[in-house]
Design a protein around this ligand. Sequence first.
Ligand SMILES: Nc1ncnc2c1ncn2[C@@H]1O[C@H](COP(=O)(O)OP(=O)(O)OP(=O)(O)O)[C@@H](O)[C@H]1O
Ligand code: SF4
Ligand SMILES: [Mg+2]
Length: 346
Amino acid sequence: MLKVEKLVKHYPLGGGIFNRDPLVVRAVEDVSFSVGAGETLCIVGESGCGKSTVARLLMRLVDPTNGRVLLEGTDIASLKKNELRNWRRRMQMVFQDPYSSLNPRLTAAQIITEPVENFERLGHRKRQALAAELLQKVGLAPEIMHRLPSELSGGQRQRLAIARALSLKPSIIIADEAVSALDVSVQAQILNLLMDLQEQTGIAFVFISHDLGVVEHIGHRVAVMYLGRIVELAPCEALFTKPVHPYTEALIAAAPVPDPTRVRLEAPVEGEVPSPINPPSGCAFHPRCPFAVERCRTTVPPSVPMADGRVVACHVRAPSAEFPGRQEMAGSAQLASVAGPHGSVL
Ligand SMILES: Nc1ncnc2c1ncn2[C@@H]1O[C@H](COP(=O)(O)OP(=O)(O)OP(=O)(O)O)[C@@H](O)[C@H]1O
Ligand code: SF4
Ligand SMILES: [Mg+2]
């Protein structure tokens, strides 16, 4: 349904010596993925790795430097202004902080019916009926419709933001850190609400989070980003039980383990995320990677599809046919995918 092809977003900052070599933030580099109807694709990664920029590109809130976003086969860059408006009905966004994304002067009823009223005028009775229906969908009492956002709890506000996003019956919702600001118990309620809505309506989600526990709960597939690139994209269970990319492995190792029966992986990632203004050469993870070989310093690893349906960008764990030395490395990929990532594969 949604397809992203080789998406790139660079933000020029100006500067450099005599402006000859302007500084550029490489926020998103060569990102490709697809999302099917009724599917939840999660995007995870440390702060600044480009997750929100991907969301903004999907919504065409910013234009890509390169690459394409296709919704049901249509390249959104080719849409004219009025077509884009109609297209936006099918794709909606929910943000981390509903308090700043909801108009503080409007009542809950006005907030959730506003998107529909941008397309057609509703009379008072129709508006009340639609508001009551949407509130019920997200588990809020109809009495809430007369309240202002400041008169609601954080969880209620986020439900309201979801009701607003649902009002135009979109086929996909982009949720950027939509539960990150909430208490754990409220987080779980909102995640369950999203999963119920998906079951009832077949809606797709692109769910962005830095929290692996949340992702494991809600995701069907997970894309792990590092410095603007997807380093591993895998079905959720496969990713958590058998991460292949060294960065995924380290992220999972660093995350708290809610399930005491699950074996904790070793070697959490060390060191700081480098700057996207001057990222390391080759594989951007190489300064932090215990498995780095010489090629990692010089050549960006291509995304290689693996037998179990995942795609991994790593010279060592997923060697590609393009590079010499493939034969001996292919054995190591086998080892990584069959025996698990715990041992060194070098
Ligand atoms: N408008 C902009 N101009 C310049 N740089 C930008 C702009 N927007 C984002 N960036 C930079 O692009 C990189 C990716 O930012 P982005 O907001 O996509 O990260 P993120 O993964 O969502 O991080 P977080 O988890 O903190 O929300 C960061 O280095 C950020 O500073
Ligand atoms: S390509 Fe090299 S540096 Fe990058 S993750 Fe793989 S082994 Fe580590
Ligand atoms: Mg963000």
